[in-house]
Write a protein that binds this ligand. Structure first.
Ligand SMILES: Cc1cc2nc3c(=O)[nH]c(=O)nc-3n(C[C@H](O)[C@H](O)[C@H](O)COP(=O)(O)O)c2cc1C
Ligand code: SF4
Length: 464
């Protein structure tokens, strides 16, 4: 059912009575018509339409899709690959799975159009290991697409050949990072590659140009072909176009996945009008707006944004957490990010030290171990928050935590470094009193001496 304020483009048919994953059902709803249209277009025109649409990646970084596609060197003579990133491992995010389970042909149609536009004849859907049903549904849908000559040789008589294979991961978060994913697809340990020089569009799979896009990003492609880039760009806001699926979890009455024009509603409208408010009549305490690695935002604080005036100039404006529009640029301006669209809502009963301990446990488990700051730091952050929640902390723990996090961000091969440091940095910055209190209580119980910062490692090891 469509919730208030929703605009369903990608989820139009998802959960509708009678809508199935069968290709016949998809064809009855206009399926593969945009592929037919795209195959009559020039490749460069498709890329231009995607550029004009302003579509930004829905996997986390929000990078311009058309711009990424145009990075393939014009002089390239190597094969080009397309990879659909269906790893969906960011805690709080569960949209790609819905698309795969309920409308797999929409993704496949988007992928074939993307392959045609980028002159790729081979594509992979890299799906996380924990999605066995999704892999089965996709394989069945791919067989159906082959049987209808939407895949294979000389697709619909166009002369274009294309194949798509499903590749199942083994359940590692780092395989969602595009270069780790590529290594894994090559059959290796998923150690991310350093960028530069290993930007996938230049040195990707088998060192050939490779486009990596998220499931939701690729689904948008057929709608851009149908509507035209300029029309699509009217959805949402300038630089924040189209629709976005938001996955809401945590302390709301109606958690779930919902689709909106980007920035068309505020966080408060999302929580109260769409998700039925905070559970048990509790008060809103904090929100992580874009998956667990996005920086936490605290209720009751004022956030500064720039607002366009009638004369076209920009002026500062202060808004509350609940007034923040859910778009890429505003969430970045208030110090967090739209990320993967996973909105985690916390009410006033939540202990923020415990929440961070939970997040840190995840990141310590998932570090690939390649860089020292990330491998060691993520473990330290886990140990320190763990002991704080078990009454075993020491007075300096908040300071040590901050120093560990500060020494990870910006010092690693891949953005996992930021992903694991940002929660600690932001929880400490937004809720210092809770960390100080936990450290004080633990020190009182243990009679622990103040720890010299330089001895932090010894204390971490001793107390682990
Ligand atoms: C640690 C880490 C994990 C990531 N996990 C995912 C993921 O599960 N799914 C995804 O689409 N992108 C993930 N990304 C982002 C990808 O590296 C890449 O930017 C994205 O797939 C590009 O697609 P898009 O431009 O369509 O968003 C992750 C990035 C990092 C740093
Ligand atoms: S930042 Fe972490 S996950 Fe990324 S390469 Fe380094 S150790 Fe691996």
């Amino acid at each position: 059912m469509t919730a208030p304020k929703e605009t369903r483009l990608i989820l139009e048919h998802v959960d509708q009575p009678g809508y199935t994953t069968d290709i016949d059902c998809y064809l009855r709803h206009g399926g593969y018509e945009q592929l037919r249209k795209a195959l009559t277009m020039q490749r460069a025109d498709i890329i231009n339409e995607v550029k004009t649409s302003g579509l930004r990646g829905r996997g986390g970084a929000g990078f311009g899709c058309g711009l990424k596609w145009s990075f393939i060197p014009p002089t390239n003579t190597k094969p080009v690959y397309l990879i659909c990133n269906a790893d969906e491992s960011e805690p709080g995010t569960f949209k790609d799975r819905q698309i795969i389970h309920k409308d797999p042909h929409q993704l496949i149609e988007g992928m074939i159009i993307a392959c045609y536009a980028n002159n790729a004849h081979l594509a992979y859907i890299y799906i996380r290991g924990e999605f066995p049903l999704g892999a089965k549904i996709l394989n069945r849908a791919l067989d159906e697409a082959r049987a209808h000559n939407f895949l294979g040789k000389n697709i619909l008589g166009s002369g274009f050949d294309c194949e798509i294979y499903v590749h199942r991961g083994a359940g590692a978060y780092i395989c969602g990072e595009e270069t780790g994913l590529i290594e894994s697809l090559e059959g290796k340990r998923p150690y991310p590659r350093i960028k530069p020089p290993y930007f996938p569009a230049v040195f990707g799979l088998y060192m050939s140009p490779t486009i990596v896009n998220n499931v939701e990003t690729l689904c948008n492609v057929k709608h851009i072909i149908r509507m035209g880039g300029a029309e699509y760009a009217k959805l949402g806001k300038p630089n924040n176009t189209g629709t976005r699926i938001l996955c809401v979890s945590g302390d709301v009455n109606k958690p779930g996945y919902y689709e909106f024009e980007v920035g068309s509603l505020t966080l408060g409208q999302l929580i109260h009008d769409v998700c039925g408010g905070i559970r048990n009549g509790n008060r809103l305490k904090a929100v992580i707006p874009g998956g667990s690695s996005a920086k936490v935002l605290r209720a009751g604080e004022k956030y500064k944004i720039k607002e366009k005036q009638s004369d076209g100039t920009l002026a500062d404006k202060e808004i509350t957490l609940e007034d923040i529009p859910m778009d890429f640029d505003t969430l970045a301006a208030v110090g967090s990010m739209a990320g993967s669209g996973g909105v985690i809502v916390m009410d006033h009963t939540r202990d923020m030290v415990e929440v961070l301990a939970n997040i840190n446990e995840f990141y310590a488990h998932e570090s690939c171990g390649q860089c020292t700051p990330c491998r060691e730091g993520s473990l330290w952050m886990k140990k320190i928050t763990h002991r704080l929640t078990h009454g075993q902390g020491v007075a300096n723990d908040p300071a040590v935590l901050k120093s560990v996090a500060d020494n990870i961000a910006g010092r690693t091969i891949c953005a996992f470094g930021e992903a694991c440091a940002w929660p600690t940095q932001s929880f400490l910055a937004k809720f210092p009193e809770e960390f100080e209190q936990a450290a004080k209580m633990a020190s009182a119980v243990n009679g622990s001496p103040k720890v010299d910062h330089s001895k932090a490692h010894d204390s971490a090891v001793a107390l682990a």
